[in-house]
Every structure is written in structure tokens, then in C-alpha cells.
Design a binder for this molecule. Structure first.
Ligand code: BG6
Length: 502
């Protein structure tokens, strides 16, 4: 497939996603010879630009955002002719004829049919109109050669997600639809599958008999920034838990797939979501908490609270949108019965870190008296996704000395220490997979709907209980008190990876 001619049509070509992620990712794939010889990147947007204007823009974006640094003149010069631009109003059905003509032109130049990838890097309210207009213009009929890529949010709730899936389903076959969750493209996230399913020693321990509880924590130091317009209608539960964190949970909790293929892997992930315990209004109170950041200081800089930012950006200054959410989930199946999965995420917290902690049970009988033991007695497997990329197994060991004293030490697999090669950006992996037609790391429609179904009672219950004592956590903290209480009442505490490198 790699060698088949390919045209990427990027709707939202002048937007932020293309500038920061897509263009640099495509450029790096080009440099590393992953793109076919005959390929074209066609940007489109409302701004009137020529091909050269657009190329110049992308050149600057790539210089600024590519992990490989500034583009070298010679390499850029060979890449640039592959880039084109068409100013177009996506709402106008006629403009789609132009894409059709352009595709035909390229195909006749290349003397063979091309695969066409439509990347919708636009606000989600444009997804339906673009999909429909592509279909009307006859640009989606070839299911073997055309693909559509969409970004989250995929729906605002269960109903709208179903509507969107149904609409896409009328136009495309599921094998043509690539729903991006960029967490799935992260190197360390993909490695969880390798770690679990390519090592014989893990599987026997990976269940309720040995695992006491699981934590999935994605904390961010940054605030919402200039995205209030979007974020205020979303909140942390929709923005992060419904997708990224639940996808991580699925990878940790899934049964071993029969093979490493898109259908097998995705089916096992849906099994997890289906097995997850549904919430009632009462259990929401017990198992889900939220927070919103107030003003404070981060690394010597004074930062405004969410409501101040809302006011500055013309959004409700009394907003009750949560910027922090923590939820306790259960997976009701044989493997996980009774094992809590605690998920938390929030903005403006003390540190940016995505970490999965699997805490094992204590030994059934300790031969060492308490006086010899560390306070941390249980084994932990700590999968650090970012910024540190590592897998740590915490075990008990004897401290050097004449007396017998034990303490917890880390057995570490650390990417930086093990590999010289730089990890690719998630978008490089994912764009290459779209090119190759591999959907393993993309969300299937039913997965998205199950995840919405799971979180809907929380959203509804929170919507009905608007009066919160917001803001309830300050910048540079680990979130609101209620999040500590959520886990402390079960006798645990949130785990924070010490800073190993900075
Ligand atoms: C996005 C969310 O999907 O993921 C953002 O909309 C969030 O709010 C971002 O900041 C986090 O991604 P990463 O890759 O920086 O951890």
C-alpha cells in the first residue's frame, strides 16, 4: 500500500492542527521515506492563498513545530512541489467538483489511480456537511481507495455521537472511517500492548487475584489557554476521560486478542467498555468528582483562574465547567471483578505527567516484621507515558547494611537509556496507519458510543447539580480535596511519579 499514489486532502488546511501536527508529521514521514513516490498534500480553507503562499506557511510551521527541527533547504525544495492549496467554502457543494478535477489531473499525471484521504481538521459541526458534499460529488464511492479521518470530539453526548456515526455510515463503510484518538499513537501507549502480550510473565498476574487497584492519571500544568470557546461547552470529562483515559483503560484491561489486527484488538476493547459498571445517580455522587482551577502561581508566574479566563474570552464568567475530573470505575468481568480503576485528569496541576499505576496485592504472609519494612510494601508497575517514557516495576529489596531492612526499588525500562532513536510523534504513526489502511489504533464507531454510554449518567448528574463551590483547587496543586477523598476512602492515595529527569 505504501507504494500506491496517495492524495491527502486536508480540510482546515490553514488551521492550528495542520500547522502544529499534520504538516510536521507528513514532512517527517517524507524525510523517513514512508510516503509513496507519488503523493500530494492538498490544503483547503476559506482563506484565499496561492500554492506558494500555502507552501510558505507550511514551511514556517514545520520549522517551528517539527521534532526534527528546521527543514533543510534541499529537503524542503523536494517536498514543497507535492503541496497544493485550494481556497474553498466547504459548505458550497460546487467547490467539491474542483477536488474531483484535481484528483483526476493528478491521476492522469501519475498514470494510475490514487488513494484519497480526506482529513477533516475542522470544527466538528462541519463533519456532516463535508461528508455529504464529498458523497454528492461522487468522491467517496470507491471504498477501497477513499478514507476519511476525523478528530474528536466525536459527538457531544451519546445521541449526537450516534447521529454522526449513522451519517458517516450512510456514506462510508466502517473500514474507510478513521477516528483519531491521538493517545493511541503515542509510542508508550502502543508499548503497553507489547508489554502485556509479548511477555509470558505478565499475563498470569494480570487479574483480580494479584492486582489490587489501577490508577490512570493524566495531569497537565497548562490551563485551558485560548480554547475556552470549545472547552467551556466540554469540560474535563468529555475532553479527556470519555476518550483518551478510557482508551488507556481498555488497553490495560482488555483480554488478549487472538491476533494483532484491527478487528481483533478493537473488539477486545469494546468488550471492556461493555463490561464496565454503569452508574446510577447515587453512584455518581460516590464515584465521580470534579473541580475547577482558581488563580495561582505556576513556576513563578501568576496565572488567572478559569473563570477569569472565561471572562476575558467572552465566555460565562460564572462557568461551572469542570477542568478536573476523577472517576472510579469497575470492569465487571471475571478478570477484574472488584478491582477499582481510578482515573483522574485536570488542568493547571502541579505537573504534566501521564502515568498508569498498577498496584499489586500484598504478599499473603509477610515473614518480615513491620520494623524491617518500607511503608510501600506492595509491588507496583508504573507505566509512564509522558513526559518520562518508562516502565518501572517496584519491588522490595534489602538495603545494603548489616541489618535486614527492606525498601522499595525500581527495576526500570527507560526509553532514553535504551534507545538512541527519537520516538515519532503520535500523528506520524497515525497518519502512516491511515496511509497503510491499518485501523488498529483508531476508534471504531461502537467503541465511541459505548464510552459515551458509560459517562452519560455522570454528565447528566453533573448538569443537574450545577451549584459547585468552584473554583475548588488552586493552580499548581494536585486538584480538589474531593479527589483525594475519592481514593482515600478506599485506603489508597494518588500515586505521583518522582521527577527522574527534567
Ligand atoms: C486533547 C485535549 O485531546 O488532548 C486537550 O483536547 C489536551 O485539552 C490534550 O490538552 C492533551 O494531549 P497531550 O498529547 O498533550 O497529552
Amino acid at each position: 500500500l505504501k507504494s500506491q499514489p496517495t492524495i491527502f486532502i486536508i480540510f482546515g488546511g490553514t488551521g492550528d492542527l495542520n500547522a502544529r501536527k499534520l504538516a510536521p508529521a507528513l514532512y517527517n514521514l517524507y524525510l523517513e521515506h514512508w510516503l509513496p513516490e507519488q503523493f500530494a498534500i492538498v490544503g483547503t480553507g476559506r482563506t484565499k492563498l496561492t500554492d506558494d503562499d500555502f507552501r510558505e506557511r507550511l514551511h514556517k510551521d514545520i520549522d517551528q513545530f517539527s521534532r526534527s527541527g528546521k527543514a533543510k533547504a534541499e529537503q524542503w525544495d523536494s517536498f514543497a512541489p507535492h503541496v497544493h492549496y485550494y481556497p474553498a467554502d466547504v459548505q458550497n457543494a460546487d467547490t467539491y467538483q474542483i477536488f474531483g478535477e484535481h484528483i483526476k489531473e493528478l491521476e492522469s499525471e501519475w498514470q494510475q489511480p490514487a488513494n484519497v484521504i480526506y482529513y477533516l481538521a475542522v470544527a466538528p459541526n462541519f463533519f456532516p456537511i463535508i461528508a455529504e458534499n464529498l458523497a454528492k460529488a461522487g468522491l467517496t464511492a470507491d471504498a477501497e481507495r477513499t478514507r476519511i479521518v476525523i478528530e474528536k470530539p466525536i459527538g457531544h453526548d451519546l445521541e449526537s455521537a450516534k447521529e454522526l456515526n449513522a451519517l458517516l455510515g450512510r456514506i462510508f463503510q466502517e473500514k474507510q472511517i478513521y477516528r483519531i484518538d491521538h493517545y493511541l499513537g503515542k509510542e508508550t501507549v502502543q508499548n503497553i500492548m507489547a508489554f502485556r502480550f509479548a511477555n509470558a510473565i505478565m499475563e498470569p498476574l494480570w487479574n483480580r487475584n494479584y492486582i489490587e487497584h489501577v490508577q490512570i492519571s493524566v495531569t497537565e500544568q497548562l490551563g485551558v489557554g485560548d480554547r475556552l470557546g470549545y472547552y467551556d461547552g466540554s469540560g474535563a470529562l468529555r475532553d479527556m476521560i470519555q476518550n483518551h483515559l478510557l482508551q488507556l483503560l481498555c488497553i490495560v484491561a482488555m483480554e488478549p486478542p487472538v491476533s494483532f489486527t484491527a478487528e481483533e484488538v478493537r473488539a477486545r476493547k469494546v468488550d471492556v467498555l461493555r463490561a464496565m459498571r454503569r452508574f446510577t445517580p447515587e453512584s455518581v455522587r460516590d464515584m465521580a468528582v470534579r473541580g475547577q482551577y482558581g488563580p495561582g502561581w505556576i513556576e513563578g508566574q501568576q496565572v488567572p483562574g478559569y473563570r477569569q479566563e472565561a471572562e476575558q474570552q467572552g465566555v460565562n464568567p460564572q462557568s461551572n465547567t469542570e477542568t478536573f475530573a476523577a472517576v472510579k470505575f469497575f470492569v465487571d468481568n471475571w478478570r477484574w471483578q472488584g478491582v477499582p480503576f481510578y482515573l483522574r485528569t485536570g488542568k493547571r496541576l502541579h505537573r504534566t505527567a501521564s502515568v498508569i499505576t498498577i498496584q499489586f496485592k500484598e504478599v499473603p504472609h509477610s515473614i518480615f516484621p513491620s520494623s524491617m519494612m518500607d511503608t510501600q510494601r506492595q509491588n507496583r508497575l508504573i507505566i509512564s507515558i509522558q513526559p518520562e517514557m518508562s516502565i518501572r516495576l517496584q519491588v522490595q529489596a534489602k538495603r545494603p547494611g548489616v541489618d535486614m531492612v527492606l525498601n522499595a526499588v525500581d527495576m526500570v525500562f527507560d526509553y532514553k537509556g535504551t534507545y538512541v532513536a527519537q520516538a515519532p510523534e503520535a500523528y506520524e504513526t497515525l497518519l502512516l496507519d491511515v496511509l497503510l489502511g491499518d485501523q488498529t489504533l483508531f476508534m471504531r464507531g461502537d467503541q465511541v458510543e459505548e464510552a459515551w454510554d458509560l459517562v452519560m449518567p455522570i454528565l447528566t448528574s453533573w448538569q443537574n447539580r450545577v451549584s459547585q463551590n468552584f473554583p475548588n483547587y488552586s493552580a499548581d496543586s494536585w486538584g480538589p480535596e474531593v479527589a483525594e477523598a475519592l481514593i482515600a476512602k478506599d485506603g489508597f492515595h494518588w500515586f505521583t511519579l518522582p521527577l527522574h529527569d527534567k
